[in-house]
Ligand binder design. Structure first.
Ligand code: C2O
Ligand code: CU
Length: 575
């Protein structure tokens, strides 16, 4: 009897386990990356699409699912990789999709299998991470819903997905050549802002935006405003993510307030705003209640912040049914806050806190502190961005393979500096603008807690300090605090928010300010930490963190087929 009841119990346990297992799925995708003609702002260009589409297909999954993307490179003459922005890649660091870091770029006509788990519900996206391919249009949304039986800590009746980007008419090849020329040629401001790959070029007058009304450049459905069809007196979740190349954005909806509930796949303590700043690499969910006069439609608009705007806002229409979507909103589009009003931006950032009970507080102390000074410099007369006076130059052999197999000379040895000289004046241009390039990496003790202080400074020109949104691969981090001027190792550390700091994967540093983050190095792999502004990263604005690489499992051969690991594979020297 004892045995039979034991059997019964164990078979119950097994069926419960099986149920849990069957709830999470593997979702299969077959993608081809290739050049296509597209007209995001009604000017036809060649861009990089997926399966003939721009933006790429939206991946929708549930927390706990495994994503399986068979990616074929159909670009005839260049490699490609795709990074899954905001996904931790715990146990699959070779699927992070960073050329020279986690894998070799996929050669033309070859296929690479990205296989990884999405652990956490939230709003994410994916994008190219080789050269400046993201800016060529290689991106799309990745939305993770709560697992079956789990609930989001807020309710809504419907949702919309808004993937924001900016668009240049100049090709990324022109852009890259300019950025690495002497004299330097800056890419300038984007021509158009895009919502879900659609924008209105040279068309600031809302009244002219509706199809067929003339004034603006020929308006077809390729670049007509996105329509959000809503019912009155409902609550909608807007998922907003920015994959801009350069622009910091502000989003607002005429007459409507928004309640912020999610940031970068983490729940935040809900708070209400009239408009929201979104930096490249960030994502948010906001709840909007359609409680305004239902006989009207309303504009949703995004405009440029933090740089003198030369790009007109992009518009979408909130269409209260049963009004016609082409009925012009009665009020004009919301006005974008003054581009240089950083206090407005700061007050938003400061309000973002972890949702009560949603995440555990950070470890109360750190094992190591790394201070990273962000400066613009020159290397042999070429304009670069440097971190502690080192401009990142990626090696031909991806770090993950070369570190895992302990190859010598695959990248520059020695640790990059942990701090910068105490007499450096962050309020002035560098006294000595000369910097060096290197591929050296920060090796971090596995499972240790690390604080990183991002210190902004004056760029090369006087009275210029820019916004930089920093993104960490492989982790979420806690944002412990922000400040103006130079970080003070005593006073500022004492002010850190250790109670309810938000978890994020991207955070901004404001002009002349600093931002402090903390993370636990618990994810074996090699991870990029960089400014998410595409031309800045291209100019060296990033660092490499390596942790627990000895615990990394078997790296797929396809990730290793270049540089020294490629050669060793050919000679059968790698396991
Ligand atoms: Cu979305 Cu390394 O970036
Ligand atoms: Cu930057």
């Amino acid at each position: 009897m004892a045995t039979s009841s034991l059997l019964l119990i164990s078979s119950c346990i097994i069926s419960v386990l099986l149920q849990a297992a069957s709830a999470s799925k593997t979702r299969h995708f077959k993608w081809e990356v290739g050049y296509i003609y597209a007209s995001p702002d009604c000017n036809e260009k060649v861009l990089i699409g997926i399966n003939g589409k721009f933006p790429g297909p939206t991946i929708r999954a549930k927390a706990g699912d495994t994503i399986h993307v068979e990616l074929k490179n159909a670009l005839h003459t260049e490699g490609v990789v795709i990074h899954w922005h905001g996904i931790r890649q715990l146990g699959t660091p070779w699927a992070d999709g960073t050329a020279s870091i986690s894998q070799c770029a996929i050669d033309p006509e070859e296929t690479f299998l990205y296989r990884f788990r999405v652990e956490k519900a939230g709003t994410y996206f994916y994008h190219g991470h080789y050269g400046m391919q993201r800016a060529a249009g290689l991106y799309g949304s990745l939305i993770v819903d709560a697992a079956d039986g789990e609930e989001e800590p807020f309710r809504y009746d419907g949702e919309f997905n808004l993937l924001l980007s900016d668009w240049y008419h100049q090709s990324i090849y022109d852009q890259m050549v300019g950025l690495s020329s002497k004299p330097f040629r800056w890419i300038g401001e984007p021509q158009t802002l895009l919502i879900n790959g659609r924008g209105q070029h040279n068309c600031s007058l809302a009244a002219h935006l509706i199809e067929g009304s003339g004034k603006c450049e020929s308006m077809s459905k390729d670049c007509a405003p996105v329509v959000l069809r809503v019912l009155p007196n409902k609550t909608y979740r807007l998922r907003i993510a920015s994959t801009t190349s350069l622009a910091s954005l502000n989003l607002a909806i005429g007459n409507h307030k928004m309640v912020v509930v999610e940031a970068d796949g983490n729940y935040v303590e809900p708070f209400m705003v009239g408009d929201i700043d979104i930096y490249s690499g960030e994502s948010y969910s906001v709840l909007v209640t359609t409680d305004q006069n239902p006989s009207s439609n309303y504009w949703l608009s995004i405009g440029v912040r933090g740089r003198k705007p030369k790009t007109s806002p992009a518009l979408a229409i909130v269409n209260y049914r049963p009004n016609s979507p082409s009925k012009l909103p009665e009020s004009s589009p919301p006005v974008v806050p003054e581009w240089s009003d950083y206090n407005h931006s700061k007050s938003l950032s400061y309000r973002i806190l972890a949702r009560r009970g949603a995440t555990k507080p950070p470890p109360q102390s750190a094992d190591r502190r790394i201070v990273l000074l962000n400066t613009q410099n020159t290397v042999d007369g070429y304009t670069k961005w440097s971190i502690n006076n080192i401009s990142l130059a990626l090696p031909p052999t991806p770090y993950l393979g070369s570190m895992r197999y302990r190859l010598k000379n695959a990248f520059d040895g020695g640790m990059p500096p942990e701090n910068f000289p105490s007499n450096y004046d962050v309020m002035r241009p560098p006294k000595n603008p000369n910097s060096t390039q290197s591929s050296n990496a920060y090796v971090i003790r596995f499972n240790s807690t690390v604080d990183v202080i991002l210190q902004n400074a004056n760029a090369l020109a006087v009275n210029v300090s820019e916004i930089h949104p920093w993104h960490l691969h492989g982790h979420d981090f806690w944002v412990l605090g922000y400040g103006d001027g130079r970080f003070d190792e005593e006073e500022d550390v004492a002010r850190f928010n250790l109670k309810n700091p938000p978890l994020r994967n991207t955070v901004v540093i404001f002009p002349y300010g600093w931002t402090a983050i903390r993370f636990v190095a618990d994810n074996p792999g090699v991870w990029a930490f960089h400014c998410h502004i595409e031309p800045h990263l291209h100019m060296g604005m990033g660092v490499i963190f390596a942790e627990g690489v000895e615990h990394v499992g078997r790296i797929p051969k396809e990730a290793l087929t270049c540089g020294m690991t490629g050669k060793m594979l050919m000679d059968n020297h790698l396991p």
